[in-house]
Ligand binder design. Structure first.
Ligand SMILES: *Cc1c(COP(=O)(O)O)cnc(C)c1O
Length: 404
């Protein structure tokens, strides 16, 4: 088992890759087709991909962009966020859900997460919103130690569907409406997930999917915004393409915009992948089910928790947790030494060096996020993973956890 086969030059030391995009012949042909035309950008494939996502989600508008991060940034611009505005969000996420606020000099106000799912805690958030609106000492306890001296009003909430487990979007919708906040959902890890009958992202004012190669579907780099708000959609399209308002010519720029456009090759891949999305999600669910079977009752390991209201997980990564008291980093090193790649998942956002510097966060500020961050391990997971590969990983996991 410790001896690895050296077949794949890209993965010389591993028995199974950590992740692997699922690109078929149809995707390759679609790219070839684009390359034989003159339309490598701003062409029909973007429109087709956007339409496919609109149909899949039922959203009125879909806007393709160059990454999930770019999409989230556009949403915040469309929400009208300004310097020192506050947005409630989670420190247990990929960095970009908070970074986009810093791009606009807004202030992320972190709320800790549910220990089971890792999603932002609705009860805590409710409390935080009331306190922030009350102001004074009540508000202070939710604000960072520094960097919020000129804190403005609370403008919105930005929950994240962590690892493909959807948030309770009905609850967030109610909270947002009750307090007059915008609701932006980072669904970058959860395309197609369902909480009861509602698809991830579709209850929010705006939400974003991402298509980096380790996501459920990929375009290389890429993202997609969905919204039912026509005005915001128009604005985001304009901002995505150098601030050109509808009707502006190539060198007319109504707004300060960006080049956040997706190209035609990426969109061509995305359109095909979206057609396959349901079957991709089924295959990934099968891989997760194999893991659950292989790893059940293994002492020292907790498996992903799924809320009973979740009718479809959109499996993004498979993250197990080592039991409290075990050395997670040593566990990862031992997996590595035995041919299995693994990664800590996530590293808490509030403890990243630039966040500490700007806002003065300290260890202990968000204990549940830190605990999950200290114990989480993403193990190999991808659409075309075979049952044999799952067994290979599971055997090493079982062996290595006993060494801890
Ligand atoms: C992948 C991801 C994003 C966007 O990532 P990009 O690399 O910019 O496409 C944003 N938020 C979360 C939670 C993610 O997992």
């Amino acid at each position: 088992m410790t001896q690895t086969q050296k077949k794949d030059p890209m993965e010389p030391k591993f028995l199974v890759p950590l992740s692997s995009p699922d690109i078929g012949e149809e995707e390759k042909e679609a790219v070839q087709e684009v390359l034989s035309t003159r339309w490598l950008a701003l062409g029909p494939k973007i429109k087709a991909f956007e339409k496919a996502i609109q149909e899949f989600t039922g959203a009125k508008h879909a806007i393709a962009c160059s990454s999930g991060t770019a999409g989230l940034h556009l949403c915040l611009r469309a929400a009208g966020i300004a310097e020192n505005d506050l947005v409630l969000t989670t420190p247990f996420s990929f960095i970009s859900s908070s970074n986009v606020m810093l791009f606009e000099k807004a202030i992320p106000v972190f709320v800790d997460v549910d220990p089971k799912t890792g999603n932002m805690d609705t009860d805590l958030a409710y409390q935080a919103i009331q306190d922030l609106m009350r102001g004074g000492a009540a508000a202070q306890k939710w604000l960072p130690r520094k960097g919020a001296e000129n804190a403005g009003p609370l403008k919105g909430i930005l929950p994240v569907d962590v690892f493909g487990h959807p948030v309770n979007s009905m609850a967030w919708r109610i909270i947002a409406d009750q307090f007059g906040l915008f609701y932006l959902e980072d669904a970058c890890e959860a395309i197609g997930a369902r909480y009861l009958n509602t698809q991830a992202g579709t209850n929010a004012d705006m939400s974003v999917f991402a298509f980096y190669p380790n996501k459920q579907i990929t375009t290389g780099e890429g993202g997609m915004i969905i919204t039912n708000d026509e005005k915001k959609a128009d604005l985001m399209r304009a901002l995505c393409s150098q601030g050109r308002a509808p009707g502006d010519s190539w060198l007319a720029h109504t707004y300060l915009g960006y080049n956040y456009r997706m190209d035609e090759m990426s969109a061509a891949i995305g359109e095909v992948q979206t057609k396959r999305l349901d079957s991709i999600l089924e295959e990934r669910a099968q891989v997760a089910a194999w893991y659950a079977e292989e790893l059940k009752d293994v002492e020292g390991i907790e498996l992903p928790f799924i809320e009973p209201e979740v009718t479809r997980v959109s499996w993004f990564v498979y993250v197990i947790r080592v039991a409290s008291g075990l050395d997670r980093n040593q566990f990862i090193r031992d997996l590595d030494a035995n041919g299995i790649p693994a990664r800590p998942y996530f590293a808490p956002i509030h403890l990243q060096p630039f966040m500490v510097e700007q806002f003065g966060y300290q260890e202990g500020d968000f204990p549940i996020t830190e605990d999950l961050g200290n114990r989480g391990v993403a193990i190999p997971f991808f659409t075309k993973m075979t049952q044999a590969q799952v067994k290979t990983v599971a055997e090493v996991v079982k062996k290595v956890i006993q060494m801890q």
